[in-house]
Each structure stands twice: as structure tokens, then as C-alpha cells.
Write a new protein. Structure first.
Length: 166
């Protein structure tokens, strides 16, 4: 595979604008995780390593942060595979084994089912080839006008393209 094609599969961290401050993916959020995402076939992946300060039990990645990463990856899976934004309506998280700080975590997101206005995704966070956390994340696929009403400051510039036609 050529480098040019490989680069194309990386999702643009500025997809939602240069100034967006999302905790999960905001490129310039000093307290955020600044996650990056890559389209790989019918999945979207992220790789990250977190250090001390993101603990639950000492040395173990906090379970709430694992859930947050799963939600973030599920959302980016919709963006990467469908060019759509969804609103999380529910998430079922299973913790299978500990994920350790200081070691890379691989997150993989995949679409399980899609309806007219809904989508359900499966996210797996693994380390050393073994699943540590799995989540089933459900989304409502809002239209732009509904989203405009939800956001207090309206839709940011360039976001309208990620929603179903009104």
C-alpha cells in the first residue's frame, strides 16, 4: 500500500474545525486526549497510550475514561465510515480485563446495525492483543435542524454536511 493511500485513511483531526475543543479529539485541547482516528476497511481505529494521572486503581486506565474513549471512537466510526454525526442515546460497557497505563491501547469501532434514524456500534479496546473493554453504543441520527436546536450556539460552520437532509 502506498504512503499516499495510507495517509488518506487517517481521519482529519480538523474535521470539526480548528477551534473545536472536544475532550476526546480536540487537537488543541490541553487537558484532552487528542485522539486520532484511522479508517481501516469496515472499521475505524485509534491507538493511544496514557500515563499516570489517568488511573482508576493504581496503574490501570480509569473505567470511566475507557467508556469515554469508546463513545468517542463510536462517534468517529460513524464519521469515518458514513460521513455522519450521531447523538449517543445509550451505551453498554463491559470490562473484561484491566487496561494498563504506559502501554498502547488499540480501539476498534464497527457498525453493527443501521436503521433510518439509528445506528448501533461495537467498540473494543484491547491491549497486547486481548480485549479489555467492549461497548455497544447506540446513536440517534439527528437532522441538522434538530441539532441546531440542541446546541446553544447553533451548528458550528461546516457541520451541516454531517446530518441527514431536513
Amino acid at each position: 500500500m502506498s504512503d499516499a493511500h495510507e495517509h488518506h485513511d487517517h481521519l482529519d483531526p480538523y474535521t470539526f474545525g480548528r477551534d473545536q475543543t472536544c475532550f476526546g479529539c480536540g487537537p488543541h485541547n490541553d487537558v484532552g486526549l487528542r485522539l486520532r482516528f484511522k479508517r481501516e476497511g469496515d472499521t475505524v481505529t485509534t491507538r493511544f497510550t496514557l500515563a499516570t494521572g489517568y488511573d482508576g486503581p493504581p496503574g490501570i486506565l480509569h473505567g470511566g475514561l475507557q467508556a469515554m474513549v469508546a463513545d468517542e471512537l463510536a462517534g468517529w466510526t460513524l464519521v469515518g465510515l458514513r460521513g455522519r454525526i450521531g447523538l449517543t442515546t445509550s451505551m453498554n460497557v463491559r470490562y473484561i480485563r484491566s487496561l494498563y497505563l504506559g502501554r498502547e491501547v488499540l480501539g476498534t469501532g464497527k457498525i453493527l446495525t443501521e436503521g433510518e434514524n439509528t445506528a448501533t456500534l461495537r467498540v473494543t479496546l484491547s491491549q497486547d492483543g486481548k480485549a479489555g473493554c467492549m461497548a455497544k453504543v447506540s446513536f440517534a441520527m439527528a437532522d441538522a435542524d434538530k441539532m441546531e436546536g440542541i446546541l446553544e450556539n447553533g451548528l458550528p460552520p461546516g457541520w451541516r454536511r454531517f446530518f441527514s437532509p431536513e
